[in-house]
Write a protein that binds this ligand. Sequence first.
Ligand SMILES: CC(C)(COP(=O)(O)OP(=O)(O)OC[C@H]1O[C@@H](n2cnc3c(N)ncnc32)[C@H](O)[C@@H]1OP(=O)(O)O)[C@@H](O)C(=O)NCCC(=O)NCCS
Length: 283
Amino acid sequence: MNDLVIRQMTEDDEGFFLELISLTGWGNTAEDLRRILYYEPRGCFVAVLDDVDTGMVASTGYGEVGWIGNLVVLTERRGGGVGAMLMRRAMRHLLDSGASSIRLDAVEKAIPLYERLGFRVEFESLRFTGTGEPAQVEGIEAMKASDLGEVVELDRRFFGAPRERMLIRVQGDFPGLCFVARESSRIVGFIMAKPSDVSVRIGPWICDPGRPDLAEALLRRLMGEATGEKLWVGVPEKNRASVRILRDNGFGSLPTSLRMCYGRCEPMGEVAGRFSIGAADKG
Ligand SMILES: CC(C)(COP(=O)(O)OP(=O)(O)OC[C@H]1O[C@@H](n2cnc3c(N)ncnc32)[C@H](O)[C@@H]1OP(=O)(O)O)[C@@H](O)C(=O)NCCC(=O)NCCS
């Protein structure tokens, strides 16, 4: 291989980040770059091949589990090992930061690459798309900053690792797209969403599995808020209640991804309460 250097990604890489994202159709925005750098300032990398920026990857750590996403290499430079080098750098960062497992959502074509690096398939990570529409929904409230303590606790039970840095940031950035459901006065479910250039991406969407009615009410409240907008959501295949709710609300399937895991891969949290993934690149 020629001269390949891996360096830290910074906010100055916005133009390159958007150039690579434009090759994928994922629709990530400059705000997404700022958020991934906020979550893991030293865990996002750019590959420089012969002095030319060539690829990127981003990691996000949640204590013992880490996530990798946003792996993209310039089209004309693919197949030369740059993607594998970026992955190894991001994996090392997460393992050095204390992660004992690393997870990611893989498109089919990338599976051989991840398998070579030691990742194994865990389950199918389903993808759905729908359209927001007006909805009359009772009993679902806008999420307030003062709800975040309870939201973080609920999320930890079902996700299985601490995500407060992400939850607090998303509520702060998009308060109009975050809602909670209560039973008596206790929060038993919440939904969040983030706009992208191509759709409103739902996630996390967490709810007590004993209250699928509230999980559906959360989705319908969000659909009402995003009337006329294209919606995107990723769902762990084992959450059949979520699949039923999405189909009942007019969502259709997109090509699936595969959740893959490296290291100590015990199941996390309680999948029955995870009605969606948080994000394709962050778990
Ligand atoms: C995935 C990607 C970063 C790999 O970069 P790279 O520098 O070509 O990677 P390497 O040379 O180290 O490895 C090549 C492997 O990439 C994978 N790959 C090849 N074309 C791909 C494509 N269009 N999309 C995704 N992965 C691809 C294959 O697993 C390939 O291994 P194989 O030759 O045994 O089939 C690059 O193909 C890309 O940018 N794809 C588009 C974005 C994407 O799909 N990212 C991954 C999301 S999970």
